[in-house]
Write a protein that binds this ligand. Structure first.
Ligand code: GAR
Length: 202
């Protein structure tokens, strides 16, 4: 069983897609969900599956960023999944979990990424660029926003959309397929780095 912690900031539809994926139920266990928000939709989903939740931040009953690594180590994790988590991961955590933290981004990196590019801001930028394709990217997390090596991408035609919301809807559908597929590949030990490129073995 691949032991996973999921980091979230919002409604949690990607978390739900992972939890509901039939091919993952025997391969992975989500042991904890972390958020920078005190309450969010993703926490409600986690609680409905009896998964432990933690708030990262300053104050009572919260995990300070400086204590995060210690808490994560206690879970004996194999993988950390950022599913709509909007904060930077502390550098000690990035280093300790090198090539074991992945993020889903709602566009085709390296375009439309970086600090401040999250959620609808991404889709607004894609819409305003008049791009004809968008998609989802799953990549390794390093010290910078959206800069780590790309693990998997999937495109969607957006040539006929009439709003950023249309793009968001099409991309989200792809995210809900791509992220579970990549997690399955990790669980089956098929994600490899060969000649400095990430490949998923079939
Ligand atoms: C998803 O579209 C995810 O790709 C995006 O936030 C949304 C979270 O939705 N992440 C980013 O923009 C990161 N830069 P969800 O809470 O329903 O999974």
């Amino acid at each position: 069983m691949l032991r996973i912690a999921v980091f979230v900031s919002g409604r949690g539809s990607n978390l739900k897609a992972i939890l509901n994926h039939p091919e993952l139920s025997n391969l992975i266990k989500i042991v904890a969900v972390f958020s920078d928000k005190t309450e969010c939709g993703a926490f409600d989903i986690a609680r409905s599956y009896s998964i432990e939740t933690h708030v990262i931040g300053k104050g009572e009953n919260k995990i300070d960023q400086s204590d995060l690594l210690k808490v994560l180590k206690n879970y004996n994790l194999n993988l950390i999944v950022l599913a709509g988590y909007l904060k930077l991961i502390p550098i000690d955590v990035v280093k300790y979990f090198e090539n074991r933290i992945i993020n889903i981004h709602p566009a085709l990196l390296p375009s439309f990424g970086g600090k401040g590019m999250y959620g609808m801001k991404v889709h607004d930028a894609v819409f305003n660029s008049s791009a004809k394709v968008s998609g989802a990217t799953v990549h390794f997390v390093d010290a910078e926003y959206d800069k780590g090596k790309i693990i998997a991408q999937r495109c969607v035609d957006i040539s006929d959309v009439s709003s950023p919301e249309d793009i968001a809807e099409r991309v989200l559908k792809i995210e809900h397929q791509l992220l579970p597929e990549v997690i399955k590949a990790f669980a089956e030990n098929r994600v490899k780095i060969v000649d400095n490129r990430v490949v998923i073995k079939t």
